[in-house]
Design a protein around this ligand. Structure first.
Ligand code: G6P
Length: 371
């Protein structure tokens, strides 16, 4: 095939390092210099978008986690109620859909049967379907009312990386565009977020520049039987995605939790030396940051080995972190673009050290075209 690994050992690692370019391309041409969103490619009219009274985001695997992040952003910016559901669950539970429901189908490949069947079902119920997809002309966008392509370029590694980051960008663009069309945010507020998005490629590059330190952590923990991931708010789906990457590639038990849920059960899993990744919410006005510090303190006191992703300049957790991974300072809703990257690097390296085939993990397919 014409696809080359460019000197990387795996397509996945190459694709992780392509993310600054991919994130930039996903935003390209979708805003004017002054921060106005433009989505001329969208085949839905502004009239239709103003009628939307509910959004349902569907997808599978990593795409579902992109949807979970999107919910936080889209509801905050647009005030439109937004549900996120696994495509295969959605279709079989008699969901409530009307012509004013916008179903957003996220799929890197555009060929996942579970998602495609859900799209067909939604359209039969007269809902409008918007696809967020990476593969031009694939089945899901062809059968949808509208499409936003993610422009990540071909993704060959079975575990999605640049596919995920660009799905996040597409979801942010959609949310901001809806906010603009429906005037739920002032133009300057929207422009400020767009400006932050424009800086993301450089920030992702900065995280990648720290790859060696993350690889060292992966090598150190290569013998572990289990890894937990904790996050809150938009960092919760990041925890889920970090755990999925480890399951897919390293075949070890990994689970992501909302940190607030710890005390309701998962804290019983904490034992001496268990590696726990913790995604710290950015320092801000709300209480999330301090609550996460307490959660980290608690698991540390019970013997967890804490690996903390925290923004630069935040030293509140230094005393309770066994390892620290610093992230550039960005708004809370955009942090998943950065916090996911070290977790991708960790899983890729850990699987490599364990001798697994990172690009072709056992039992998995890049796109699952059967239900
Ligand atoms: C497969 C892959 C996953 C992917 C999921 C959804 O299960 O192994 O990595 O997240 O399908 O794929 P899609 O192409 O619909 O995003």
């Amino acid at each position: 095939s014409a696809a080359k690994k460019d000197g990387f050992d795996w397509f996945m690692r190459k694709e992780i390092f392509e993310q600054p370019r991919a994130v930039g391309d996903a935003l390209l041409g979708r805003h004017s210099g002054d921060g106005q969103l433009q989505l001329d490619e969208l085949r839905l009219s502004e009239h239709d978008l103003r009628q939307v009274d509910k959004i349902v985001i569907i997808g599978c695997g990593t795409a579902n986690y992109a949807g979970l992040v999107a919910k936080y952003a889209i509801e905050h910016w647009t005030r439109i109620p937004c549900e996120v559901e696994l495509a295969h669950e959605f279709r079989y539970r008699d969901p409530i859909l009307t012509s004013n429901t916008l179903v957003v189908a996220i799929s890197q490949s555009g060929e996942t049967a579970d998602t495609l069947m859900a799209v067909r079902y939604a359209r039969l119920q007269k809902a409008k379907v918007l696809a967020i997809c990476n593969t031009n002309g694939s089945t899901i966008p062809r059968e949808s009312d509208a499409v936003i392509y993610t422009h990540a370029g071909p993704e060959i590694g079975v575990a999605s990386t640049k596919g995920f980051l660009t799905q996040l960008v597409a979801c942010y663009v959609l949310g901001l565009y809806l906010a603009q069309v429906r005037a739920t945010k002032f133009g300057d507020e929207i422009a400020a977020v767009v400006h932050e998005l424009e800086k993301m490629p450089a920030h992702v590059q900065q995280v990648l520049d720290g790859a060696e330190a993350v690889y060292a952590l992966a090598r150190k923990h290569a013998g572990t039987r289990s890894v937990l991931f904790l996050g809150r708010h938009a960092g919760f789906p990041v925890a889920l995605e970090g755990a999925l990457k480890l399951k897919e590639l390293a075949y070890i038990h990994a689970e992501g939790f909302a940190a607030g849920e710890l005390k309701h059960g998962p804290i019983a899993l904490i034992e001496e030396g268990l590696p726990v990744f913790c995604v710290m919410p950015p320092q801000g006005r709300d209480q999330l940051h301090d609550k996460m510090v307490s959660a980290i303190q608690e698991i540390r006191a019970r013997g967890a080995h804490t690996l903390v992703l925290v923004e630069e300049g935040d030293d509140d957790v230094d005393d309770y972190a066994d390892e620290i991974i610093r992230l550039p300072v960005v708004p809370t809703l955009l942090q998943p673009i950065l916090a996911t990257v070290p977790l991708q690097l960790f899983a890729c390296e850990l699987a490599t050290v364990m001798g697994h085939d990172v690009d072709q993990p056992r039992n998995l397919a890049k796109s699952v075209t059967v239900e």
